[in-house]
Design a protein around this ligand. Sequence first.
Ligand code: GLA
Length: 696
Amino acid sequence: MPIYTTNQGWVLETATTAYALGLNQAGLLVHRYWGARLKAPDDYPTAPNPGSWSAFNNPAQRTPEEYPGYEDIKFIDPCLKVTFADGVRNVVLRFDSAEVRAGEPPELRIHLRDTTYPFQATLHYRVYETYDLIERAVTVTNAGDAPITIERIWSAQWHMPAGGNYRLTHAVGRHMDEMHIRREPLTEGIKLLESRRLTSSHHHSPWFAADHGSADEDAGEVWFSVLAWSGNWKLSAEVTDFGSTRVSMGINDWDFAWRLEPGEVFSTPSSYAGYTVAGFGGASRRLHDFIRDTLLPHGRTIHKVIYNSWEATEFAVDEESQVALAELAAAMGVELFVLDDGWFHGRDHDAAGLGDWWPDERKFPNGLTPLIERVNKLGMEFGLWVEPEMVNPDSELYRAHPDWVLHFPTRARTEARNQLILNIARTDVQDYLIDQLDRLLAQHNITFIKWDMNRNVSEPGWPGAAGDPREVWVRYVHGLYRIWGTLRDRHPDVIWQSCSGGAGRADLGILRLADQIWVSDNTEPTARLAIQEGFSQIFPAITMEAWVTDMGAEYVPFEFRCHVSMCGTLGIGGHLVHWTPDRRAEAARWIAHYKGIRHIVQFGDLFRLRSPQAHPYSALQYVSKDRSESVLFAFRTHLPPPAQLPPLYLRGLDPDLAYEIEGFAGARSGSAWMNGGLSLELADFGSAVRRIRRVE
Ligand code: GLA
């Protein structure tokens, strides 16, 4: 069991890392260590006992508490803030007991209890030994007979080793331009990142990496964490007056309150964290393996080549137009045909129809079954787009239930893309959607659902809420998980895609339900390189849906566009009817090529060799887990002449064994390819995909 209880407290060990905590002399649960695994459980530092030397420098301010509540003379950002029924806004949690639970994963539970009020908190630490990851979450219980209001409840405070200066890496972006990497030094004060939009990730991702300022892709100490939550979240990276650095993550406390009734329990989402000496690449690979093996519902099966008709036909869908596309797609080797928006009742444009999830009678007079059967006969599976959380005011659903949307009765309901948000915090709305979507899935041979969410929140009112209406932020996400989870249970073989106008809902919470993420509505391939690189910091290629479309077609060669999409789960989204036979034949060749390498892309280790966010000449490499096969992708956008492309130094090969690389004569050792590198000749907008094979 990788959890040790010693005189000094507790030690959680993974394959190469360790995390230690314990009680200090003041009886506070404090952080002791997070870094490389040491030889013996007694090797870890003891619990720190900061002394006091002035009224303004109280020890509480300098104590690295594992889960600080808002109390005492301390001004660090606390994890927990509550108001008791008598108005006391002060939570004094002290150690009560600890238990170690065997199981997969093993878990340490530390029970804390308020010194005055019948209020308890349990800190959960789960250890994923082989993935070098630790999961933290918190549950609190109201054991009294009066309600308690929770105003902040975060999942974890992660302490960086004391005495260091840290650099924060995070991702920023927006719709059509997600996931740009930023690295900035952390100095005294708080750096806040958050979502207040109801979804998680268009603008910032609930993820960070911290290093000493010198880590790179291959080497250097990196501490990293993600929050598995698909709603509003907050990340607070704080450097205290005494130079200690801590990063807290959790549900956003902005406009949040939760009335915890007597006997009730509140559970936070999980924060997963890890430490590596293998740089940012090492951190990503830890997350990739964990997500693929542990979270994804279908992470161990190959994800299929998709055709999606959105960019081709938009709302103008009917059986004929889709069959025409399906026939061409099947001939190219596509395995899954996805009918996007426009198929349901009254949906001729984006101002009507959302909410009415049955086939439009004019476009599909005989329902969807004839199209699905046709698609199946062509040898493809069939997938469908839905946007269940939304409603257009021009819909049967809204006319019947105008009170079902988020709103304040006295205020106008702000529309975005002509739509309003259903309040899926309400169980009646959840039940309605479960019923509608269940019927759709039960009545049709659908194996893939693209779940979209195309706006951000406004007027987050919940008239008639039983508890505090500000619970809506959390209950909405719980509602989402319930709807989706119920449908998953009833239709376990369906693959789901999480889309919110691109990567608006890309997080580890949704990846327990969805297998794939729509990375961006921007499919222009040069922009996509950068977006995909950002995405790959957190998510494995198997989740990264990447279509070849017509965006950028005027200036980016078709081959380049295919190569970009082959770096993830390949899809096609162009207008196939408008493609020439030659173009379709070329696409078919790349699809066939992809099928030969996708086991490496989808299940292998990713090495980012040169960053497309930093260089016009970029490269990445996937290596199979047994290191027998690999694939190299390289891209050149625009470089002013004369340009000399630097060598690419491969990674992840066995240094002592010989490898052959397509396009290069003779085998060389892994060490030679990694240290000596290889040179490619590429013109502007040139690209290459090269298979690498170990030779016996
Ligand atoms: C969003 C999605 C697109 C497409 C449209 C349909 O923008 O990101 O891929 O599904 O909605 O309306």
